[in-house]
Design a protein around this ligand. Structure first.
Ligand code: HEM
Ligand code: NAG
Ligand code: NAG
Ligand code: NAG
Ligand code: NAG
Ligand code: NAG
Ligand code: NAG
Ligand code: NAG
Ligand code: NAG
Ligand code: NAG
Ligand code: NAG
Ligand code: NAG
Ligand code: NAG
Length: 583
């Protein structure tokens, strides 16, 4: 059980800051980072976690995807200069793979794995950091905690990745420039070189070709593909096969590094637990090696109940409004959890549940979601989806959930008493009436249709588009106007407006859709996902109502609800859970 002591150590670094903050929906950056870290997918469901899980081999080679990812993060970090605070984990590696210091197919493979996943709230550099945590966890290593907030570089940074031919003096000076002393240098190299190996043809003076010289050969650092202390024990007992130790001595940087403090550090890492603990600490420091202008967030911990901002949507169907929500629940393994969504009307006698009238619906299908991080924590995450029809004359003002865990425990998820609020129903994105660029002849871009209430004539309808998964790796954004499209007949009191974003914002494009009323009031449908274009929502459940005051309602507003606060402290989890419940 490697996770336990590792968690303890990391806890000293981060736990105290992470429990102080209380999450409240919506928090677009937290939502995006949390969702990616623990669910492994981008908002349209496409999974990056699957590429690496479970400690997958890279096709056609004898190394793992995880090893390639872990090498890449270090090569991004290695350009940090602690004296002037420049460089570090800033995604500049995306512009540096033509350099000889970044030789190797693993680099471009990795950038290709990552290319479609960054989005407005997930920078390329944060994505690299999450990938590091997954790479270690999925190969049976400990959980390296993740903090967000890294800022992407849009150009290549300085050179400076160490080379196997470097002298010990040069390696020591280089790591010191990056902010790591001799013990930390040894730890970092051992924690890196427990995965993967060295390739022919990339390092022909180290690794010999196979029988067929056109084949890739990966000479592994140790005898296992897992994140374990074999790299250390093999070194100390003289059985190592590490190609940067036992082969060409000119290229034996691992030998020079590992022995540089008379083996004190290597001896201190020579057990499963000590190795895991040391690696969590040093890899956490590696992920914190960012330009001095960057401030990292607190640790992104697992929310026990999570409503996804990108999945919540009010839209227009064929004759009525439709409302979609998805809630992810940490469930017990052996029982069936049922989730019911409740909501209040926006207009009429029962507006805001004034008369005690609440509507409710059972969930449609649920799906289990996971990433290497949530798998390593041993939690089961189930996502429940709801699509319900909404009478436009009543609309919807706020919603919440009742969760029955099937084990005798039920709880209310109402955003700490604040409820999940539907901000507005003036302007709504209509994915079923929008089109992706592939359907548009000769136009690169996306045509977006918005529904705007016909009770006023908006002075302007427009969208702010954003994409980070672009082919040149540079975030793009621009504003486009939408115009009244009278060829689409009004539905449920809404007129339709259409506009086209004429640029390729990549596969994780999102946009904010605005309508400015005649009196100047601006309404916005926030963080809509172009990846969901063309999807027509099908109602999953019938709507019922109750006037019972036994569930939910206004009475709870403002009161503390421990179930919604961040009592389950994520990657640092197990220990924190026992000691910090309900903080
Ligand atoms: C003295 C500093 C270092 C030197 C000279 C060095 C050198 C190398 C070389 C030559 C390779 C083979 C790459 C290939 O053939 O594709 C390699 C692989 C690797 N390195 Fe390092 N490295 C150093 C430090 C680190 C650090 C600090 C980490 C991470 C914490 C790291 C992680 C890795 C990983 C995971 C691989 C395996 C990649 C794969 O199997 O595709 N290295 N390293
Ligand atoms: C790191 O920054 C310091 C201070 O600006 C500078 O003197 C030094 O040359 C830099 N090191 C490298 C390797 O660029
Ligand atoms: C990786 O991509 C870069 C940039 O496109 C290219 O210059 C380099 O040759 C590629 N490396 C390999 C090993 O294919
Ligand atoms: C390196 O830094 C760590 C953390 O500050 C410290 O515990 C360790 O003693 C230092 N090692 C050396 C050789 O200075
Ligand atoms: C060892 O590596 C050096 C530097 O790459 C190279 O010049 C030398 O030929 C290599 N030796 C052998 C025996 O391959
Ligand atoms: C790949 O490496 C593993 C672990 O060292 C080893 O058991 C296996 O035989 C290797 N496979 C190939 C094709 O080299
Ligand atoms: C460190 O360990 C290596 C490998 O066992 C050994 O060759 C070397 O002599 C050791 N160095 C010291 C100073 O004990
Ligand atoms: C039921 O399961 C939930 C989710 O795992 C857990 O939080 C709760 O404590 C369990 N209740 C009982 C009575 O075991
Ligand atoms: C629940 O099931 C998952 C997936 O099968 C497993 O990884 C995890 O260890 C289980 N957790 C508990 C607490 O039994
Ligand atoms: C909404 O109200 C309007 C005006 O009172 C009415 O004509 C329409 O039938 C109502 N729609 C529904 C679905 O109740
Ligand atoms: C502006 O107009 C909208 C209707 O389009 C209305 O709901 C809102 O209350 C008005 N705001 C102000 C400040 O008058
Ligand atoms: C939008 O793009 C402009 C350049 O066109 C840039 O200056 C600005 O920082 C970008 N905005 C965001 C939020 O990235
Ligand atoms: C509606 O909910 C009530 C409980 O509030 C229940 O008794 C009734 O059977 C439900 N009706 C339908 C059609 O589901």
């Amino acid at each position: 059980m490697l996770n336990l002591p590792a968690s303890l150590v990391a806890c000293f670094l981060l736990c105290f800051t992470s429990v102080r903050a209380t999450y409240q929906y919506p928090d677009l950056q937290y939502d995006a980072l949390e969702e990616f870290l623990y669910e492994g997918t981008r908002p349209d469901g496409s999974s990056m976690a699957q590429l690496v899980t479970p400690c997958k081999l890279r096709g056609g080679t004898n190394t793992t995807v995880a090893a390639e990812w872990l090498r890449l993060v270090y090569h991004d970090v290695a350009t940090h200069n602690i004296s002037d605070g420049t460089g570090g984990l800033d995604g500049s590696i995306f512009f540096e793979t033509d350099r000889s210091e970044n030789v190797g197919a693993g680099m471009n493979n990795t950038l290709s794995d990552f290319s479609s996943f960054p989005n407005k709230y997930l920078t390329r550099a944060d994505l690299i950091a999450i990938a590091t945590s997954w790479a270690v966890a999925t190969c049976s290593g400990p959980i390296v905690p993740f903090q967000g907030g890294r800022v992407d570089a849009n150009v290549a940074g300085p050179f400076g990745v160490p080379d196997p031919s470097d002298s010990l003096e040069s390696l020591t000076a280089n790591f010191a420039k990056q902010g790591f002393n001799v013990s930390e240098m040894i730890q970092l190299v051992a924690c890196g070189h427990t995965l993967g190996g060295v390739r022919y043809p990339d390092f022909p003076t180290i690794v010999s070709p196979g029988a067929d010289t056109s084949d890739t050969v990966v000479d592994l650092f140790d005898d296992t593909q897992t994140f374990d202390h074999n790299i250390v024990s093999g070194y100390l007992d003289g059985t190592s096969r590490d190609p940067l130790l036992v082969l060409n001595q000119t290229m034996a940087s691992d030998g020079r590094v590992f022995g540089s403090d008379s083996n004190v550090t290597m001896q201190s890492m020579n057990s499963a637990d000590a190795f895991a603990q040391t690696c969590v600490t040093i890899l956490t420091k590696m992920l914190q090696t960012v330009p001095s202008t960057v401030t990292l967030t607190d640790e992104i911990t697992l929310l026990p109940v999570k409503v996804s901002t990108s999945a919540v949507q009010l839209t227009v169907g064929t004759s009525e409004l439709q409302f979609q929500a998805a809630v992810r629940v940490t469930v017990a393994n052996s029982t069936t959890t049922t989730v019911t969504m409740y909501w209040c009307d926006r207009y009429g006698d029962a507006a805001n549940c004034a008369s005690g009238l609440k509507r409710f619906a059972a969930s449609g299908a649920s799906a289990t979601v996971s990433s290497p991080t949530s798998q390593a924590m041993g939690v089961t995450l189930e996502k429940y989806k709801f699509v319900v029809p909404i009478n436009a004359n009543q609309s919807i003002s706020k919603f919440w959930f009742e969760i029955d865990y099937g084990n005798g425990t039920t709880s209310t998820a109402d955003n700490g008493g604040a409820y999940y609020v539907v901000d507005q129903d003036e302007v709504l994105w209509v994915p079923s009436m929008s089109q992706a660029k592939s359907v548009l002849t000769g136009v690169s871009g996306v045509t977006v249709t918005a529904a705007v209430k016909n009770t006023s004539t908006p002075s302007r309808v427009y969208m702010d588009c954003f994409g980070r998964a672009t082919t040149d790796y540079i975030a793009a954004n621009a504003t486009y106007d939408l115009t009244l499209n009278s060829s689409i007949p009004a539905v449920a009191g809404y007129n339709f407006y259409t506009g086209t974003a004429t640029f390729d914002y990549g596969s994780s494009m999102s946009f904010d859709l605005y309508s400015v009323a005649e009196n100047g009031t601006s309404y916005v449908d926030t963080y809509r996902q172009a990846g969901l274009i063309g999807v027509a929502l099908a109602s999953t459940s019938t709507v019922n109502s109750t006037t019972s005051s036994a569930v939910g309602g206004d009475s709870g507003a403002g009161t503390a609800r421990p179930v919604d606060s961040r009592w389950a402290v994520g990657a640092l989890g197990l220990v924190s859970l026992w000691t910090l419940t309900y903080l």
